[in-house]
Design a protein around this ligand. Structure first.
Ligand SMILES: Cc1cc2nc3c(=O)[nH]c(=O)nc-3n(C[C@H](O)[C@H](O)[C@H](O)COP(=O)(O)OP(=O)(O)OC[C@H]3O[C@@H](n4cnc5c(N)ncnc54)[C@H](O)[C@@H]3O)c2cc1C
Ligand code: FES
Length: 317
């Protein structure tokens, strides 16, 4: 099995964006459509590859501006419009939830790497494991495939886990347009949609014959879900190379701070998710008992000698 390249050419710019609509579902899942205008510096058109993210400028109630990372779930290169699904978890997403059609802002985009292309290998041997809003980059990957001409037979299998049916309801038509129904495995924590249980339980419910042919697994969702997928993949998906797309807290998104670092499995300096990711081969990362080892700012200060004030000038950086 060849390991595909994951680096993408940086097409970073600051784009003016305008809200086309921003709707909410009863479960608090928001659907935001943004129109991208030309970039401030050099990009006439916005480009994005599945896995990459943008840093969206938001303002809190006191007028304080800051950026938050989001993935596009859908991208229309012709109209230059992209869709985001998001949940309100804190100040930034709360401010976002108040945006109305016509609201203007800016977004740094496109940042980070993309999911590997599976050139030469049929995408039908790829399984996408998505939890909640982690669906976004995975479904964009499937959308890109459709634009390249993938037919129903070629499409990957998608396992999509949500808390309850209401959370997924507004997304189902979009999913059904992209993924054939026999390749769409829906599951919910409360049993109101599809299989009753989480993504890993849904995989355990499949026969080995149904899973053995997968050569790649792309995972995105809440950390406990990604942790469970990575832990059980050797048994459930024994022939698959597992990739994760991390949704860590990212204060800057542009390598300027140490707020997003994660440990490496085989030692070495911690990695900045915004620089080396957000897509990683799972085996590259350090997974602890409770999940991914997010080193945190203090850990990063210990690991990166640039912060070691006890180091002499000769021995230092
Ligand atoms: C590459 C990438 C893509 C993302 N794509 C999406 C997306 O498509 N849709 C979406 O809803 N979210 C996505 N996220 C997560 C999103 O960026 C955070 O939910 C958002 O930054 C929270 O900002 P806030 O100001 O509302 O919350 P904050 O005020 O920053 O935080 C509020 C609370 O949530 C916790 N928190 C914040 N961010 C995270 C996180 N990433 N993981 C766990 N806990 C967190 C904080 O510790 C705090 O307790 C993505 C993140 C990354 C890195
Ligand atoms: S978010 Fe600041 S370095 Fe990654």
């Amino acid at each position: 099995m060849s390991i595909p390249s994951m680096r993408t050419e940086a097409l970073l710019d600051e784009f003016a964006v305008r809200v086309v609509f921003n709707t909410s579902s009863p479960t608090g899942l928001f659907h935001l459509r943004l129109a991208f205008e030309s970039g401030r510096f050099h990009q006439k058109h916005h480009h994005v590859q599945a896995g990459q993210f943008l840093m969206l400028d938001v303002q809190d109630a006191n007028g304080f501006r800051f950026r938050r990372p989001y993935s596009l779930m859908s991208w229309n290169a012709e109209t230059q419009e992209g869709d985001i699904i998001y949940k309100v978890v804190g100040e930034g997403s709360k401010a976002l939830s108040h945006w109305q059609a016509g609201q203007k802002s800016v977004a740094l985009s496109s940042l980070g790497n993309a999911f590997p292309t599976v050139a030469g290998q049929n995408p039908r041997h790829t399984i996408l494991l998505a939890g909640g809003v982690g669906l976004a980059p995975l479904i964009l990957w499937a959308e890109e495939g459709r634009q390249k001409g993938w037919q129903d037979d070629d499409m990957p299998t998608l396992v999509f886990g949500v808390r309850s049916q209401a959370e997924a309801q507004s997304l189902l038509p979009h999913l059904a347009r992209l993924i054939p129904l026999d390749k769409l495995l829906l599951c919910s924590d409360d049993g109101s949609l599809g299989f009753h249980g989480h993504v890993v339980a849904c995989l355990e419910d499949q026969t080995p014959e149904e899973l053995d042919h997968f050569e790649h697994a792309f995972v995105c969702g809440p950390t406990p879900m990604m942790n469970a997928c990575v832990k059980t993949a050797p048994q459930l998906l024994p022939n698959a190379n597992v990739y994760v797309s991390l949704e860590n807290h990212m204060p800057c998104g542009t390598r300027a701070c140490f707020g997003c670092v994660v440990g490496q499995a085989h030692g070495g300096l911690p990695l900045k998710v915004c620089e080396a990711g957000p897509v990683f081969e799972a085996s590259q990362l350090l997974w602890g008992e409770k999940g991914l080892d997010t080193v945190g700012f203090a850990g990063a200060c210990d690991a990166f000698p640039v912060f070691d004030t006890t180091t002499s000038a000769e021995g230092g950086v």
